[in-house]
Ligand binder design. Structure first.
Ligand code: NI
Length: 497
C-alpha cells in the first residue's frame, strides 16, 4: 500500500489533471485551477479474477474521528478503453467529493462520506459488464445510486443504453412504455398518501408530471442503471430526486422479455441473455448446508456463543469476507438489501451455499416507519422474493434499517425482528483496528452488528474471530444462537437471554 499527497489524478489523459499539473499552460482563466489544500490519498490494488483487478483509493478513514471520507473501488482490466472510462468515471465522483470538502467549513456538523464499489456482472469474450454502486452521505443517512457499464470488446467501446436498441424509434418506444409504467406507480404512491383530498391528489400529479417525464426522457443520462436476470427480465432504476421530490424515493420499472426484446438490436440480444442457452438456465436452487440442529452441535443454551451479523450487502467486499469466514470455519448472518442482492446474485448464492444465514434488511434501506403500508410490503416482500429466486429459500428473519419500525412494519414483516446489542459504529469509523477492538467486546450470547459494504470492516474480521475464539465463544448464525428457543413473529431480539 502506498501513500501519496496529491490532487487525485488517475490518468494523465484526464483534462482536469492536465490543467492542474500544467497551470502555466492554462491560458483560459475561467478553468478551475485545483486548490492547493493537499488531500492524503491511499491507493492499493487487489485481484478480482485473472484478468480484472480492483483498484482502491481512499481519503480519510485512518483517524477514527475523521468526518470527511472518500473510498472508491473501480475495475482495472486488460483493455485500455475500459480502464480509461472507469478512471474518468471515478474522477468525476472524486471531483464532486473534493468540491464538497473544500466548500465545507471546519465547523460543519454533518460528515461527508462518499463510497463507490462495483460488481462484475458479466465477463464473456464479447462483453464485460460492471454494476457500480455509489453511496453518498452528507450526514449519517446515505443515499445509493447504481450505474451499469457495458463494454463491447469487439467494437472496443462502451455501450450506452440507447445503443442496445435496434433503432432510435425502438428506444423511444421503450421510453414511452417506461413512462406509462412510471405514471402508474407514481399515481399509486400519491393515492397512498394520507390526508389528501381528491383535488390535492390531482394537483400533486399535475405539478409532478413534467419532472417525471423529464427525468425519464429518452437520453442515456436518464437510463444509467439497469439490471437483468437469467430469464431476461429487465429492471430500470431511477434515482431519488430524478423523477420527483425526495419524499417519493427512488423508482424502478420491470419488463418481461416479451415486453422489450423485440426492440433490442439483434447484435446485443446476448447482453440480456434473451435467448438463453442451456448452461445459462439455472433452475435448480442453490444447495445450502444452512443450519439444522444436529446431535453434537454447539448448544448456545449451555455454551457461550456470539452471532456476527453483516448488514447492507452484498457488496464487492463480501467475497473477501466469505473467504475469511471459510478459512476460520465461522458461520455468520447477512441481512441483505433486495436491491443489492438482485444485482449481486453470485455473491448472495455463494453466501447461502457456504452455510451462512440470510436475513431481510429491506429493499433499499428506507426508514420503514415513514412509509405507507404498500411501500413497506414492497420493501419486505420483494426482498424475500428476490432472495428466494436466487437461493431457493426466503429469509425468515427481519432487521429493519436503522432498527426503526412501527406496528405496521412488524405486522407486514411477520418474522422475528433481529436487532443487536453491540454496535461498533463501523460505518462511522473506517479503521479496521478500531472496529475490531469494538467488535471483540461482544458478550456471551450477544449479537454484533457490522456492515459488509465497508472494506475496513472486512479487514477487521480476522482479529475479531481470533479475539472471540480466544475468549471461548462459538461463532454462530442467528438460528443457531436461538436454537431451542422459539422466536415469535413481530417480536424484537437483541441477544439470547
Ligand atoms: Ni443497514
Amino acid at each position: 500500500m502506498k501513500k501519496i499527497l496529491f490532487t487525485l489524478c488517475l490518468s494523465a489523459t484526464i483534462l482536469s489533471c492536465k490543467n492542474a499539473n500544467n497551470t502555466q499552460d492554462n491560458n483560459n482563466s475561467s478553468d478551475k485551477v485545483e486548490q492547493s489544500t493537499p488531500i492524503e490519498v491511499t491507493e492499493n490494488t487487489e485481484s478480482l479474477t485473472d484478468s480484472i483487478q480492483v483498484k482502491n483509493i481512499q481519503v480519510g478513514g485512518e483517524d477514527p474521528n475523521e468526518k470527511v471520507k472518500f473510498h472508491a473501488s473501480y475495475p482495472s482490466t486488460l483493455y485500455d478503453f475500459i480502464n480509461q472510462a472507469e478512471e474518468e468515471f471515478v474522477q468525476t465522483y472524486f471531483d464532486e467529493f473534493k468540491e464538497n470538502a473544500d466548500r465545507r467549513g471546519d465547523d460543519a456538523v454533518g460528515g461527508l462520506d462518499f463510497g463507490q464499489h462495483f460488481q462484475l456482472v458479466e465477463n464473456s469474450p464479447e462483453f464485460i459488464t460492471f454494476l457500480i454502486e455509489r453511496y453518498t452521505s452528507y450526514g449519517n443517512n446515505y443515499d445509493t445510486q447504481f450505474f451499469t457499464h457495458i463494454y463491447d470488446l469487439k467494437a472496443q467501446k462502451q455501450i450506452q443504453f440507447s445503443d442496445l436498441f435496434a433503432s432510435e424509434e425502438d428506444f423511444h418506444q421503450f421510453v414511452r412504455l417506461t413512462q406509462d409504467k412510471l405514471t402508474q406507480t407514481f399515481k399509486q404512491r400519491i393515492e397512498e398518501m394520507d390526508g389528501l383530498t381528491e383535488q390535492d391528489k390531482r394537483t400533486m400529479w399535475q405539478n409532478s408530471k413534467d419532472m417525471l417525464l423529464e427525468g425519464s426522457a429518452a437520453n442515456d443520462k436518464n437510463y444509467h442503471a439497469f439490471s437483468w436476470d437469467q430469464k431476461g427480465n429487465l429492471k430500470v432504476y431511477f434515482d431519488k430526486y430524478q423523477l420527483a421530490s425526495g419524499n417519493f424515493g427512488s423508482f424502478e420499472v420491470s419488463f418481461t422479455p416479451e415486453e422489450y426484446s423485440h426492440l433490442i438490436n439483434p447484435q446485443y440480444q446476448g447482453v440480456f441473455h434473451v435467448q438463453p442457452t442451456a448452461e445459462e438456465e439455472i433452475t435448480t436452487p442453490a444447495v445450502s448446508d444452512s443450519y439444522q440442529p444436529r446431535p453434537g452441535d454447539v448448544d448456545c443454551g449451555k455454551e457461550p456463543c456470539v452471532a456476527l451479523t453483516f448488514d447492507d450487502g452484498p457488496s464487492v467486499h463480501t467475497a473477501k469476507l466469505l473467504d475469511i469466514l471459510k478459512e476460520n470455519n465461522v458461520k455468520a448472518t447477512f441481512f441483505v438489501l433486495g436491491k443489492s442482492a438482485q444485482v449481486q446474485k453470485n455473491t448472495l448464492r455463494r453466501t447461502y451455499q457456504e452455510g451462512h444465514q440470510i436475513g431481510n434488511h429491506s429493499w433499499d434501506h428506507k426508514d420503514l416507519k415513514n412509509l405507507a403500508k404498500s411501500s413497506i410490503e414492497h420493501q419486505i416482500h420483494d426482498t424475500n422474493d428476490a432472495v428466494k429466486d436466487i437461493t431457493g429459500e426466503a429469509p425468515h428473519l427481519m432487521r429493519p434499517p436503522y432498527g426503526s419500525m412501527n406496528s405496521t412494519v412488524k405486522e407486514v414483516a411477520n418474522m422475528p425482528i433481529i436487532l443487536w446489542n453491540l454496535d461498533p459504529l463501523d460505518w462511522k469509523d473506517r479503521d479496521a483496528k478500531t472496529v475490531a477492538d469494538r467488535m471483540s467486546k461482544a458478550n456471551k450470547n450477544g449479537i454484533v452488528l457490522a456492515h459488509d459494504i465497508h472494506k475496513t470492516t472486512v479487514e477487521a474480521i480476522p482479529q475479531v474471530i481470533k479475539a472471540l475464539k480466544d475468549k471461548g465463544y462459538h461463532l454462530v448464525t442467528i438460528d443457531q444462537l436461538f436454537a431451542g428457543q422459539e422466536l415469535k413473529n413481530g417480536q424484537k431480539y437483541s441477544q439470547r437471554k
